[in-house]
Design a protein around this ligand. Structure first.
Ligand SMILES: [Zn+2]
Length: 100
C-alpha cells in the first residue's frame, strides 16, 4: 500500500500528514473506508459525523515548538460510528480480506 504526504492547517499550524492512497484494486468497502479517513484528516469531518480532534492549547504550543525544531508528531483519534466504513474494525476486516 502506498501513501501520500498532504499538508493541512491545524489551528494555524501547517502539518504534513501521511495518508494511505486508495488502492485501485481494493474492495469497495476498503476504498470507501480509506476515502473517509482521508476526508477526516483533510477536511476535519467524516460523512458519519466523526470529527478530527483539534489539539488543545498546550498541544498546539508544543507542536509549534517542535515544528520550529524541524518536526512534530500529532496523533489523532477519530470516533467513527460503529457502522462507518472508516471504523477501525471494518477497515481492518476489509484489508485482511483483500490481502488473503
Ligand atoms: Zn466515519
Amino acid at each position: 500500500m502506498s501513501v501520500d504526504l498532504v499538508e493541512i492547517d491545524v489551528a494555524g499550524v501547517p502539518i504534513l500528514v501521511v495518508l494511505p492512497t486508495i488502492p485501485e484494486d481494493g474492495p469497495e468497502r476498503l476504498r470507501e473506508g480509506i476515502a473517509r479517513r482521508r476526508l477526516v484528516m483533510i477536511n476535519g469531518r467524516c460523512p458519519c459525523g466523526a470529527e478530527r480532534t483539534l489539539p488543545n492549547r498546550a498541544q498546539r504550543r508544543a507542536m509549534r515548538r517542535d515544528v520550529a525544531r524541524g518536526s512534530a508528531v500529532w496523533q489523532v483519534t477519530v470516533g467513527h460510528e460503529v457502522d462507518c466504513p472508516a471504523n477501525d474494525h471494518l477497515v481492518l476486516a476489509a484489508l485482511k480480506e483483500w490481502r488473503r
